[in-house]
Design a binder for this molecule. Structure first.
Ligand SMILES: Nc1ncnc2c1ncn2[C@@H]1O[C@H](COP(=O)(O)OP(=O)(O)O)[C@@H](O)[C@H]1O
Ligand SMILES: [Mg+2]
Length: 138
């Protein structure tokens, strides 16, 4: 377990770039923490660090967005609006979690019992001026 002070956006970007070097194909990353804590911002930096040039938008309404660079596909999910974990089955979660894609999931608690346990758990905590990101790999 590692805790990082990410009170500055530049720190958050740096941690995202570091993690992008450690994550392996097929890994699932949970991003946990309140609204506005930086989950989407972190994912944007992470995906850009993987070489993606296009704009990484928040998947709040679409539930997921897919990006590919150098034959590596990354899927960014935001389950905030999911009413029932079973909706994941209709979204094609089995194709998303195909063992090769890197899958980053905001609000994973909304997909309880359907989602596998993740290789990485990121917990965003603190307040507007003092933010901590705790990373656990398992
Ligand atoms: N570590 C940080 N330091 C400063 N501002 C941040 C940080 N993380 C996020 N923000 C800002 O907070 C706002 C909400 O962040 P966002 O990533 O959308 O949060 P979440 O996805 O957790 O709801 C954005 O305007 C973003 O620029
Ligand atoms: Mg978000």
């Amino acid at each position: 377990m590692n805790a990082f002070d990410v009170s500055q956006l530049t720190d958050l970007a740096q941690v995202a770039a570091q993690l992008a070097h450690q994550v392996k194909p097929g890994d699932v990353v949970f991003l946990e923490g309140d609204l506005g804590m930086g989950k989407t911002t972190f994912t944007q930096h992470f995906i850009q660090s993987m070489g993606v040039k296009e704009h990484v938008k928040s998947p709040t309404y679409t539930l997921f967005e897919t990006y590919t660079h150098d034959e590596q596909t990354m899927v960014h999910m935001d389950l905030y609006r999911l009413a029932d974990p079973e909706e994941l089955l209709y979204l094609g979660i089995e194709d998303i979690l195909n063992g090769h894609n890197i899958v980053l999931i905001e609000w994973p608690e909304k997909g309880q019992d359907i989602l596998p346990s993740p290789q990485w758990r990121l917990q965003f905590s603190g307040n507007m001026s003092n933010r901590t990101l705790t990373i656990t790999s398992q």
